[in-house]
Design a binder for this molecule. Structure first.
Ligand code: GTP
Length: 607
């Protein structure tokens, strides 16, 4: 295929607006898949993982090539599927780098949502040709005219460019194929230039090692070629290559403009650097630029429920990270939970998905500690990134040389129907939002008008249950997106919980000073509820530095061992009481609280 017969595109949309369904229709219409619609399975072809199906989100970008005849010519269309959640915006951006165009899919019943905006801007920044598509027009609730007007107002898109379709029934989908060929420019780059292959995704295969997805920017890549990475300078030999159609189909070569997979004796997935440019050994090329590596922003400890399972769990985590390289892994141990790993994720949904994959695919039984974000602890002569509460300095301690603590902040946007604006603002304020602002998205002024609310908010405030609150307080209507906005000075403190005067490391938290009281009380109460009574009294304290901010007392359980002893044996009775007292004292002295693991799990779960 000469470049002018190739089109590289992705489908970008807010969650649930129909990307996977449209991808299926395109693959079907071009004859790339037949079996799926005929077979018993109706699940979308591109959503391969079980988690994705259950949650209805696309986690890992999938790529497929298809052939399409248009006005007597055959074209090669390369679809690069993109994930649809804010945590995965990094994957969206890397897939976009391999495209010249994007189908911007908007649900005709819901209109433009928070991620429609962010993916639109990302595509525009990369100079992609955008084809606006209005989906779900088969639904009675669809409002094609209104949403088209909205798209015009928000994106500056001409209404005549918008393609109304139903990805479900297939109505209008042929026009999408036509538009892909007619509107999206063909990739540049010449087959006779030096080889440049842009690596935009990788996966791991037990037998062949790392399989990379590449888009050939120029030149021709052939089986047996000796290639090198611009990034690591390591050399490889291409042992297999081909296109995704939609499964791997080996070919003899990949020409400039094409997208395909390669296997090249790459043993470890850490060698496949997303955004790397591969070239022929001995040739000098200018590597592609403008690529941002994934940055873990949410960290949590993962521990096996049964500590004997640790080696198995660690192995499973290792395997899973081979397929998801954006997760960072470090060992850690906790006196309460034993051996574990500290993992870094792109966001909290990413964390959930990873946990679920561990459970589904590796049958692991795990407990996850409260998520934290990377804080900057600034000393006179250095800055340290701290993402584990255990490593957080005691700022109240005057001997600590900490000059300043900073926390990551994000620019958030929330799109909601006007009636929920008040609730949303309240929610944002209660999570330390600043620079709150809003404007109308519709010009109609109707009561169902939608509003975009923007604010600057600490990342730590949105990593646990912010999204759930947002959804429940807006009856599910609010959509949410955010982008990193740097770091900001903040008054943060470490909160520890003491059981019988002993700190419990797994329960340490980093919180804003203003939340000291409320969080301290809440957690102390929670602990009081889940910890079983001991033979002695157990003080439960929430402390910041040396200050106790909340306290609960777990009263002692009285084991009345004298009840069975009958009269007269005074000495025996006394001895028993002595013993009991002694054992009480002993327990207190060593400060050991009998705490079943389940209590821990309860605490961390109910967070
Ligand atoms: P994510 O992967 O989570 O981003 O979702 P997606 O954008 O891939 O959406 P998906 O294709 O899974 O569609 C979401 C839901 O909308 C599914 O229940 C589809 O069956 C439904 N749907 C998609 N397109 C249409 C359509 O044209 N009409 C109707 N009625 N339903 C549709």
């Amino acid at each position: 295929y000469a470049c002018d017969r190739i089109r590289n595109f992705s489908i970008i949309a807010h969650i649930d607006h129909g990307k996977s369904t449209l991808a299926d229709r395109l693959l079907e219409l071009t004859g790339t898949i037949q079996t799926v619609s005929k077979g018993a399975s109706t699940q979308q072809f591109l959503d391969k993982l079980k988690v994705e199906r259950e949650r209805g989100i696309t986690v890992k970008a999938q790529t497929a090539s298809m052939f399409h005849a248009h006005e007597g010519q055959e074209y090669l269309l390369n679809l690069i599927d993109t994930p649809g959640h804010v945590d995965f915006s990094w994957e969206v951006s890397r897939s976009m780098s391999a495209c010249q165009g994007a189908l911007l899919l908007v649900d005709a019943t819901q209109g433009v949502q928070a991620q429609s905006l962010s993916v639109f801007h990302a595509a525009r920044e990369r100079g992609l040709t955008i084809i606006p598509v209005l989906n779900k027009i088969d639904l009675p609730a669809a409002q094609p005219e209104r949403i088209t007007a909205q798209m015009e107002a928000i994106f500056g898109i001409q209404p005549s460019e918008v393609l109304p379709i139903s990805a479900k029934t297939g109505q209008g989908v042929r026009d999408v194929l036509r538009a892909i060929v007619e509107r999206i420019p063909s990739p540049e780059g010449r087959p006779d230039d030096k080889l440049k292959a842009f690596l935009f995704d990788s996966s791991y295969d037990r037998y062949r090692g790392v399989i990379s997805l590449v888009s050939i920017q120029s030149g021709i890549l052939r089986k047996g070629d000796r290639i090198a990475s611009s990034h690591t300078k390591k050399k490889y030999e291409v042992t297999e290559l081909g296109i995704m159609h939609p499964e791997e189909v080996p070919t003899n070569d990949l020409h400039s403009g094409q997208v395909g997979y390669i296997a090249c004796n790459m043993k470890q997935s850490s060698e496949a650097h997303i955004g790397d440019t591969l070239h022929r050994v001995g040739e000098v090329i200018e590597p592609m630029t403008g690529f941002q590596p994934a940055k873990a922003m949410v960290f949590a400890g993962i521990y096996p429920i049964d500590s004997n399972d640790f080696p198995k769990l660690e192995e499973s985590i290792k395997r899973l990270t081979l397929t998801d390289r954006s997760v960072t892994v470090q060992r850690e141990s906790s006196t309460a939970l034993g051996q574990g790993n500290r993992l870094g994720f792109l966001g909290s949904l990413h964390m959930d998905v990873f946990r679920q994959r561990l459970e589904d695919e590796y049958d692991a039984n795990v407990i996850i500690t409260a998520p934290t974000v990377p804080f900057k602890v600034i000393y006179k002569d250095r800055t340290v990134l701290v993402s584990n509460p255990t490593d957080f300095p005691d700022v109240a301690d005057s001997t600590s040389k900490v000059r300043e603590i900073q926390e990551p902040i994000v620019k958030a946007s929330i799109i909601v129907p006007e009636v929920y604006v008040g609730d949303m603002m309240e929610l944002c304020f209660s999570h330390r939002a600043e620079e709150l602002d809003y404007r109308y998205l519709d010009t109609s002024g109707a009561s169902s008008s939608r509003v975009i609310l923007t604010c600057v908010i600490p990342l730590s405030e949105i990593v646990s249950d912010f999204f759930d609150k947002l959804k429940s307080r807006s009856s599910g209507f609010a959509s949410f997106d955010y982008e990193a906005a740097g770091y900001k000075r903040s008054d943060l403190v470490k909160m520890m919980f003491l059981l019988n005067n002993k700190p419990v490391d797994a329960l340490a938290l980093i919180i804003h000073r203003s939340a000291e009281q409320s969080v301290g009380r809440l957690w102390a109460k929670k602990l009081h509820k889940v910890i079983p009574r001991q033979l002695f009294e157990v003080p439960i304290q929430a402390v910041v530095g040396k200050k106790v901010v909340a306290r609960e007392t777990l009263s002692a359980m009285r084991a009345d061992v004298t009840a069975g002893l009958y009269g007269g044996h005074y000495e025996r009775k006394m001895k028993h009481l002595e013993n009991q007292k002694e054992s009480k004292r002993k327990m207190k002295r060593i400060g050991s609280v009998d705490l079943p693991q389940e209590a821990f799990f309860d605490i961390l779960r109910t967070k």
